[in-house]
Design a protein around this ligand. Structure first.
Ligand code: GLN
Length: 506
């Protein structure tokens, strides 16, 4: 309580609690390392051996890419669980960061053989760090603090500054020094983030210093044994894959994994909902949150075309010449982050104003609007693809306009959804709920990959229909979410009942 009162009155970081500086910069550096490496991943895997790459087929490289990004967010589930029960958010973030850094150091070693081991480390570390750092941001604000959405908008800006830095630094190093120097830069970025985190940890004023649902000593022993068994199994499978005993078909695996993620999401959400010993208010708040999760899955399945079909559209069907200068294809990838950085302050102010005018946080409605705006970007792509189908190359502003709409949609949905998870989840399940929520990223990323599988540069006639499908799907689901959101708005405002639970537990 005291903690909440003090953080409430703390306005030292652009009107937000000082702890937000710590989390903002840690996540910024973590994302610098993540996006810097991610931008090179497919290129590295598909580059020839002479170019220092792994010489995989494009199909295998994109499937591995989808599996990697999906698994990174999937591991948020155990990461959130371990934070709630074993470590507390603060330690989980630190350990996660250390594991990520080790992963990038392994990738920096100039040997192709260690590549997958490095990736596995990054996946495990991100699972521990990503949901828990977002949960800590939420804990900076009290239940009634109107700055929460704005705080997440600011935090989101940190994510995207990191992403731009990663693209520029790692992209430059790759061209001028080589792949492994670029991977090494990601390790250095994470190291800076960790040093900064440790130095400014006191600003968090003890939030997340303890697990919210601590296990008994026997439970801790069992969990350590389970972690050991999991890591041993992982090591054995990796070893057998390396020596050729197990042969993995990445495309098939990606399809099964998509179904697996969706099933896990349903089971996990139901488990907390039905067997989490929740009060009636808590259950109704989780109903409101489920709507936002559905919106989030649909949102990312459309949005993530950026790295796949829209990236190829930039390459094959966009006239990238300005006079004698050719815009590099990869530059289109930064449009989203640059728009986020430019628009975030505006959205942070907008949410504060809306928060002041209306009592309700209206998470569901904002998410629905975000989904509809993102989907409307595909109307632009539909027309652009029609021009392309008629044999013309289109001007760059078609893609830029789409990225602009996608960014506006993202700012209505993504930081708002994080804020909603932090506010609507029972506090004792916060880490896990952030983990469940990051699973919506995994599912969205994989569905997006499956959708993008329809992109065939040699059969451009079917491209408008791909974009039309995404448009109809996004606007349709967005409209349904909007209608349901008008109802769940009431549920979003039910009291949290955390105190009641604490009394009951005592
Ligand atoms: N850009 C956001 C982040 O890195 C969202 C990522 C995603 O794919 N959902 O946190």
């Amino acid at each position: 309580m005291n903690q909440e009162a003090s953080s409430n009155s703390d306005t030292s970081f652009f009107g937000h609690p000082a702890g937000l500086t710590t989390l903002f910069f840690t996540e910024m550096w973590e994302r610098m390392s993540y996006y810097g490496m991610r931008a090179l991943l497919v290129l590295y895997m598909s580059a020839s051996l002479q170019e220092g790459g792994l010489f995989f087929t494009v199909a295998a490289a994109t499937a591995i890419y989808g599996l990697y990004t999906g698994s990174v967010y999937f591991m948020g589930l155990p990461g959130g669980w371990l934070s709630d029960r074993m470590f507390g958010g603060q330690k989980a973030v630190f350990y996660g960061g250390v594991i990520i850094m080790i992963g990038h150091i392994i990738l920096a070693v100039p040997s192709n053989g260690t590549f997958f081991i490095g990736l596995i480390f990054v996946v495990l570390g991100t699972g521990l760090l990503k949901p828990n750092i977002a949960a800590l941001v939420g804990e900076l604000y009290s239940e009634t603090d109107k700055r929460r959405d704005a705080g997440f908008a600011l935090y989101y800006m940190g994510i995207n500054i990191g992403s731009v830095l990663g693209n520029i630094i790692c992209g430059w190093l790759q061209v001028n020094a080589g792949w492994h120097w670029a991977f090494g830069a990601a390790a250095v970025g994470m190291a800076i983030g960790l040093i900064q985190y440790k130095r400014t940890e006191p600003k968090l004023k003890g939030i997340g210093s303890q697990p919210t649902e601590p296990l008994s000593p026997a439970g801790r022993r069992k969990t350590w044994a389970a972690i050991g068994a999991f890591l041993a199994a992982l090591a054995i499978i990796t070893g057998l894959t390396y020596n050729g005993t197990i042969v993995i078909d990445p495309v098939k695996l990606a399809q099964y994994v998509a179904i697996f993620f969706a099933v896990v999401f349903v089971i996990y959400y139901s488990r907390i909902y039905f067997w989490g010993n929740l009060t009636s208010n808590e259950k109704q708040r989780l109903q409101a949150l489920l709507l936002i999760c559905v919106a989030s899955i649909c949102f990312w399945s459309g949005f993530e075309q950026a790295g796949s079909s829209m990236n190829l559209f930039a390459l094959d069907f966009t006239d990238r010449m300005i006079g004698t200068f050719e815009i590099p294809t990869i530059w289109f990838q930064s449009a989203n982050s640059i728009f986020i950085i430019a628009l975030s302050p505006f959205f942070a102010a907008l949410w504060i104003n809306i928060g002041k005018r209306f009592v309700s946080p209206v998470f569901g409605i904002k998410a629905a609007i975000g989904l509809i705006i993102m989907a409307s970007g595909f109307l632009v792509m539909f027309f652009a693809a029609q021009y392309a189908a008629s044999g013309l190359k289109v001007a760059p502003y078609w893609l830029i306009t789409t990225y602009f709409l996608h960014t506006v949609g993202e700012l209505c949905l993504s930081p708002v959804a994080l804020s909603a998870v932090s506010r609507l989840s029972p506090r004792r399940f916060l880490g896990q709920m952030m983990g469940v929520f990051t699973l919506t990223y995994s599912i969205g990323n994989i569905i997006s990959g499956l959708l993008a599988g329809n992109f065939d540069p040699n059969n451009v006639e079917q491209l408008p229909s791909l974009y039309m499908q995404i448009l109809v799907f996004g606007v349709g689901i967005g409209a349904v979410v909007l209608l349901i959101g008008l109802y769940t708005r009431k549920l979003e405002n039910l009291p949290a009942d955390d105190d009641k639970f604490e009394e009951k537990a005592a």
